[in-house]
Design a protein around this ligand. Structure first.
Ligand code: PMP
Length: 310
């Protein structure tokens, strides 16, 4: 079998063991005579899949009890709206640190529902670094960061200390790639397709005291409360994707968990960064201290060569 290395935008490769397991169970899951793609989301078999996925997620990320874990739809882009719709209080105001295209989009979306205050941005250098911020608006309902900037290859090496203001982090391209302290964040969200599963499911980890305070205009499907109360089964979920997510989490556990995954990622990133640092032909674009473990962008000496390379 000729498997390729996939450096493209969008979904990433899945572990071969996961694909094989899914292949084995494709026609007949657990002796029930049908595929997970076909079964009722109200069946006992699927109920176990979704509960196991949540249990494994909690175990692998060491998620405290006072957080809800939700499997949602609409990609991380839908979270750009769900965050303000659920967290804006009477001030309808949040601080955004803009470190790339995704955080910019998140701020733009939030500004439809209130004030998205950009308190720091690295746009002036084409997002080569992470601003170090330690002051926030006292009346902000939350502070939003994009922890790993997929396109620009930068990543937070510190957790902004926002005090009592809830910290919200988009971890779409670094979730489960390194150890994090969930208790430092109020909301963590991630589209699954980079690190967890095929596209179609979005992970949201939300501190319980923030659930149920959504704005009146919030559509039912965009309320964290309904999904948290119904255990991600309010409406028909992306059953197949949640099943593959469960298989990926089982694989990750068997591998040794996030510590082992992080060590592997460091090894891979070091190889690439050391090569870039020793090359006068390929140049990494992110400043050294903010380099991402996951995305390693580089350029060639001129635009003609860049065009030829891509
Ligand atoms: N945030 C980040 C950091 C991303 O990398 C992406 C997509 N790659 C998104 C948000 C948007 O995710 P989605 O396509 O799931 O809406």
């Amino acid at each position: 079998m000729n498997r390729v290395f996939n450096f493209a935008a969008g979904p990433s490769t899945l572990p071969v063991d996961v694909l094989k397991k899914a292949q084995n169970e494709l026609m007949d899951y657990n002796g029930c005579g049908m595929s997970v793609m076909e079964m009722s989301h109200r069946s006992a078999d699927f109920d176990k899949i979704v509960k196991d996925a949540e249990k494994l997620m909690r175990e692998l990320l060491d998620i405290p009890e006072n957080y809800s874990v939700m499997f949602l739809q609409g990609g991380a882009s839908t979270q750009f709206a769900m965050i303000p719709l659920n967290l804006f209080g009477k001030n309808k105001k949040a601080d955004y640190i803009v470190t790339g295209a995704w955080s910019k989009k998140a701020a733009e979306e939030a500004s439809k529902y209130g004030t998205a205050n950009i308190i720091a941005s690295s746009e002036e250098t084409n997002y080569t670094y992470i601003p170090k911020v330690d002051e926030f608006s006292k009346d902000a309902d939350y502070v939003h960061i994009t922890m790993n900037n997929t396109i620009y290859g930068t990543s937070y090496k510190y957790v902004p200390d926002t005090g009592d203001i809830p910290l919200v982090a988009d971890m779409s391209s670094n979730i489960m790639s390194e150890k994090i302290d969930v208790s430092k964040y109020a909301v963590i969200y991630a589209g699954a397709q980079k690190n967890l599963a095929p596209s179609g499911v979005t992970l949201a980890i939300v501190r319980n005291d923030l659930i149920g305070k959504h704005m009146d205009i919030t559509p039912t499907m965009l309320q964290y409360k309904i999904h948290a109360d119904k255990g991600s089964l309010y409406n028909t979920p992306p059953c197949w994707t949640i099943y593959i997510l469960k298989l990926v989490l089982e694989w990750a556990k068997q591998l040794g968990g996030v510590d082992v995954i992080e060590a592997n990622n460091k090894k891979k990133a070091d190889l690439l960064y050391n090569y870039l640092d020793s090359s006068d032909f390929y140049n990494g674009t992110a400043v050294k201290e903010d380099r991402s473990l996951m995305n390693v962008p580089f350029v060639l000496p001129n635009d003609d060569l860049n065009a030829k390379f891509s």
